[in-house]
Design a protein around this ligand. Structure first.
Ligand SMILES: [Fe+2]
Length: 383
């Protein structure tokens, strides 16, 4: 990660030449003594060998690789075949149930219908097959790298993605958090938050089948996490073109686990195979930080304050004052949510409670109608 002396970033920070300088680097195996190989500039570790080494030494190397190095590592044999096969069968059961219920899930980036998606797959697996869940998450490779990036406690979520033959590639992107903020709002977050976003989450993908190149394993641009303005830049055509020209793909075997810095430019590849239903369990592991100290009933606060807001508006108070009150009272972030019921429409993120209150005030909604809208929103968000 590079540092910037400017407090805020904007389009003028998106220099392709600087990006090229950061990204076009060779990974030297000698710099990473615990790694077993470098493939397409990506570091490869043996899960078995890592388990035999000093835990802190391996973790220190992983932090360096994810932060300043290629930004992506693969653990071969991270999950054993029997564990993956049991989870794969459980996930196909869950997909069949979702299809039968007519609740096949959509996708942020893919074409509807080409993929099968299980949102909140961690909870669904735990409830559907608790013993399978326990064996799966007993994996020490997962704990090793989560503890390295996030510390001793963390929040596991997972989403299963099955890309069927003919499934098209995703657009390149960065991931949660800032990867899910509207492009026109990104520059409003100061530069230090652009850097912080990457250390709040670790992305992982466990291969639940062999993934040769024709099945479309994740397209990656090693070292791209280093570019500070990368969240703003990834929507620009010259950066998309650069990704198309320079990205790499690493074939995976069933049970291999890939982990990457969420600021790494990446996207699922096209499945041009004739018969591989490419199943990956996409792990998103979050820092337990990033929450307030107190539990707050923000819906109750909004219900109480909304009539005052309408009075202030009628009295001609400036819009900014009203927004300030709403941001202080209402929940400003749409996540975590239930992505089966609260799916984004034409957007990366569903509306937050702040969005709901702003819309209510703009439409002069009655307090009773807003109370119903808030309750419906809470219902959609409940796991
Ligand atoms: Fe992603």
């Amino acid at each position: 990660m590079t540092t910037t002396h400017r407090a805020f970033l904007d389009d003028t920070d998106c220099h392709l030449d600087e990006f090229r300088d950061q990204v076009l680097r060779e990974t030297d195996l000698a710099d990473y003594p615990h790694a077993s190989d470098v493939r397409s500039n990506v570091l490869v570790y043996s899960a078995g060998a890592a388990a035999q080494s000093s835990r802190r030494a391996v973790q220190s190397e992983l932090v360096r690789a994810l932060a300043h190095g290629p930004g992506v590592v693969v653990f071969e044999g991270g999950f054993t075949d029997d564990v993956v096969d049991a989870a794969r069968a459980a996930f196909f059961d869950i997909i069949a149930t979702q299809r039968a219920a007519g609740s096949a899930a959509g996708d942020h980036f893919g074409t509807p219908g080409a993929n099968d998606r299980i949102w909140n797959a961690a909870q669904k697996l735990a409830l559907h097959a608790p013993a399978v869940f326990a064996e799966y998450y007993a994996s020490d490779v997962l704990a090793l790298i989560c503890q390295a990036w996030l510390g001793p406690r963390y929040q596991v979520t997972s989403q299963v993605n099955v890309v069927n033959p003919g499934g098209r590639q995703q657009v390149p992107h960065r991931d949660y958090h800032l990867g899910f903020v509207r492009p026109d709002e990104l520059a409003a977050y100061p530069a230090h938050l652009h850097q912080m976003s990457a250390v709040l989450t670790l992305q992982g993908a466990v291969a639940h089948c062999d993934m040769p190149i024709e099945s479309g394993p994740t397209m990656l641009l090693p070292y791209s996490q280093r570019f500070v303005a990368g969240y703003i830049a990834f929507n620009r055509p010259e950066f998309i073109d650069f990704f198309a020209e320079h990205h790499v793909q690493v074939p995976l075997r069933k049970g291999d686990a890939m982990f990457f810095n969420p600021a790494l430019y990446h996207g699922a590849g096209s499945n041009t195979s004739s018969g591989i239903r490419r199943m990956a369990n996409l792990l998103q592991i979050s820092s337990p930080f990033g929450r307030a100290m107190e539990a707050v009933d923000r819906a109750a606060m909004v219900r109480a304050v909304y009539p005052v807001l309408r009075t202030m508006k009628a009295a001609g108070r400036p819009e900014r004052d009203l927004v300030n009150v709403i941001v202080a009272a209402a929940e400003g972030y749409p996540f975590p949510t239930n992505l089966d019921r609260d799916q984004p429409v034409d957007s990366l993120a569903p509306p937050s409670q702040v969005d709901t209150v702003l819309a209510a005030l703009a439409d002069d909604m009655s307090p009773e109608a807003l109370a119903i809208a808030l309750r419906n929103q809470d219902d959609r968000r409940t796991p």
